[in-house]
Design a protein around this ligand. Structure first.
Ligand code: B12
Ligand code: SF4
Ligand code: SF4
Length: 316
């Protein structure tokens, strides 16, 4: 902790975050999360084969234990929304994966923000950047930092940015002023996402059973598909955006990305199924190293492409 006036320091950091390219930024403390929601989700088996969710549970419940000595999260949102372009029917890829790997793009932005915090007096050993990595409960920290509400589809929605965003955090020991948590729920009586999910993956509002979710099946699930899973993915080769596409907040307010590195690459936004099925290991590496496809590797993408091909042929 660096004593002093926290308000100007927090403002300086937030201005720096916007200059770096983040679309929104807020600050919160690292007190415990809604542990009942996490515990009952894990106990119900909704994490499926994501063993890391079980292994990281203790630290996810208590964010202050993630980086020893850290007391604040600087939480950022970065839009990846491309107006006028939708996933390509017949071989759909979720929007978040159309450009350069967000771990690299957002990770580099966060490193610059962490350096700024260190310039202002944060300890380098107690200041660390995270984007979709480690046990950081990113959505809940974003809600607490005033950046939006956790919606019925479980996404964090910012009222003037939408939900096509990456959340990135810098945990730090720098003494900063916290924002007011976002306390209103703007879903109201809407149920569009719950009704549109093709696999009925929401057993209740704000609870996602990952085992049924196309995003989980096509990205996180490592084995061959069984007779129920294979038709369930429809024409999604990687990820799924349906519960975000139907959301009126994205229809009205999704903020176009300003990030040139998220410019859609044709072989991601509009992939060709036979090319995916036929490519060698080295061709896959040439085309997809440095993109989100690396997580699933060639074997996972080809498993998905085989299932999509079968689903399309069956529908003819
Ligand atoms: C595991 C995971 C998945 C799993 C499970 C998703 C899920 N809904 O839990 C799968 C593989 C299915 C998945 C899919 C996707 N994911 Co994902 N995923 C994660 C990860 C690693 C952990 C999420 C988690 O903790 N789940 C466990 C459940 C219990 O947590 P939760 O639903 O968030 O609930 C917490 C809070 O909501 C809170 N809570 C519950 N009720 C209430 C009520 C109130 C009032 C409050 C304040 C809090 C609260 O309690 C819980 C504990 O903190 C995060 C990154 C991270 N480190 O956090 C990314 C993350 C959530 N994913 C992300 C993205 C982009 C996606 C996809 C859109 C990708 C795609 N297009 O295919 C889909 C969206 C599907 C969906 N509707 O959620 C983004 C979401 C950004 C955003 N704006 O919300 C994240 C934050 C990664 C990032 N850094 O940007 N994902
Ligand atoms: S990402 Fe797709 S499958 Fe998963 S919950 Fe949303 S609509 Fe359902
Ligand atoms: S579709 Fe409706 S219920 Fe679902 S997240 Fe958006 S506003 Fe909330």
């Amino acid at each position: 902790m660096v004593p002093g006036d926290t308000k100007p320091r927090s403002q300086t950091l937030k201005s720096a975050a916007l200059d770096i390219g983040f679309d929104a930024v807020g600050i919160c403390d690292l007190s415990g999360v809604h542990r009942n929601a996490l515990d009952s989700w894990l106990a119900a088996g909704h994490a499926g084969t994501m063993g890391y969710m079980q292994r990281q549970a203790d630290r996810r419940r208590s964010p202050a234990t993630i980086v020893a000595g850290a007391t604040r999260a600087i939480v950022t949102l970065s839009s990846y929304f491309q107006p006028n372009q939708s996933p390509s029917p017949g071989a759909r890829v979720a929007r978040y994966a159309w450009g350069e790997d967000y771990h690299d793009v957002i990770g580099q932005r966060l490193e610059r923000l962490a350096s700024k915090a260190i310039d202002l007096g944060a300890s380098p050993e107690k200041t660390r950047a995270y984007v979709d990595a480690g046990p950081v409960p990113e959505r809940e920290l974003a809600q607490r930092a005033g950046l939006g509400w956790i919606a019925k589809n479980t996404m964090l929605i910012h009222p003037s940015v939408g939900s096509y965003t990456f959340i990135g955090c810098v945990l730090t020991d720098l003494d900063l002023e916290c924002d007011v948590p976002f306390s209103t729920d703007h879903c109201g009586s809407c149920q569009a996402c719950i009704e549109a999910c093709p696999t009925d993956a929401f057993p209740e509002n704000r609870v996602l059973d990952a085992r049924r979710c196309i995003s989980f099946l096509t990205i996180e699930y490592r084995s061959d598909f069984d007779a129920e899973q294979s038709p369930a993915i429809g024409d999604w080769v990687f990820g799924c955006d349906i519960c975000q596409e139907v959301c009126p907040w994205n229809g009205k307010f999704a903020l176009p990305t300003k990030e040139p590195r998220f410019t859609p690459r044709p072989n991601l936004a509009k992939p060709d199924l036979s090319t995916l099925l036929e490519q060698s290991e080295s061709e896959f590496a040439d085309h997809y190293n440095g993109t989100a496809f690396e997580r699933t590797r060639r074997s996972g993408i080809q498993r998905n492409a085989r299932a999509v091909t079968e689903n399309i042929n069956r529908a003819k």
